[in-house]
Design a binder for this molecule. Structure first.
Ligand code: FE
Ligand code: FE
Ligand code: FE
Length: 188
């Protein structure tokens, strides 16, 4: 008679239970891509208004130049969505909504005022800084995820955002000088 082996509990007490797939860096990457996709589309609608409002021709030209770049940036994001096999879809970004709301408020409150351009510049730089932060993060995550092509596209956009930020800083001096002259003339 075969001795039946005594069955012993082999299972560990902390047995593995099925649970939801953990959120990975790739999930975060996709969510953040949707965030900046929403932001870029919002910026596409905002830049023409800012260009129209600007007193300085140079400032208006800078906004229009960046509008064209932004159209290309949206295309780059769409390329990355395609690489991921996901539809290009935005997710409301409250940060860009807030920053552009502030810009709209300046345009309204400083309409026709000498300080308008300084305000537009400040609003535009706030937008660029948000984008620089997002693209820097996305580029780094793309590298970590082994997505070299996506990283290159994100770096190309990051370079444009940084160049725009620098160009706006350069303009700030001339815009503020122009404004000071105007204020002096008005005071005379
Ligand atoms: Fe952009
Ligand atoms: Fe956001
Ligand atoms: Fe930008």
């Amino acid at each position: 008679m075969a001795k039946q082996a005594k069955k012993r509990a082999t299972r560990k007490t902390a047995a593995r239970r099925p649970r939801q797939a953990p959120k990975m860096l790739s999930d975060l990457f996709l969510e953040t891509l949707k965030d900046i996709y929403f932001a870029e589309n919002k910026i596409l609608k905002t830049l023409p208004k800012m260009a129209k409002a600007a007193h300085s021709k140079q400032l208006a030209a800078a906004f229009n130049k960046h509008l064209r770049e932004t159209q290309g940036q949206v295309k780059r994001l769409e390329q990355i969505f395609r690489m991921l096999g996901k539809p290009a879809r935005g997710k409301p970004c409250e940060a860009i909504n807030g920053i552009t709301d502030e810009g709209a408020e300046i345009m309204k409150d400083f309409k026709g005022a000498p300080a308008l351009d300084a305000g537009l510049l400040a609003a535009a730089q706030a937008v660029e800084h948000y984008e620089i932060s997002r693209y820097g993060t996305l580029r780094t995550w793309a590298e970590e995820l082994g997505m070299a092509d996506a990283a290159r596209l994100l770096q190309a956009t990051l370079d444009e955002e940084e160049a725009t930020d620098h160009a706006l800083s350069e303009l700030a001096t001339s815009v503020i000088n122009l404004e000071a002259e105007q204020e002096m003339r008005e005071a005379a």
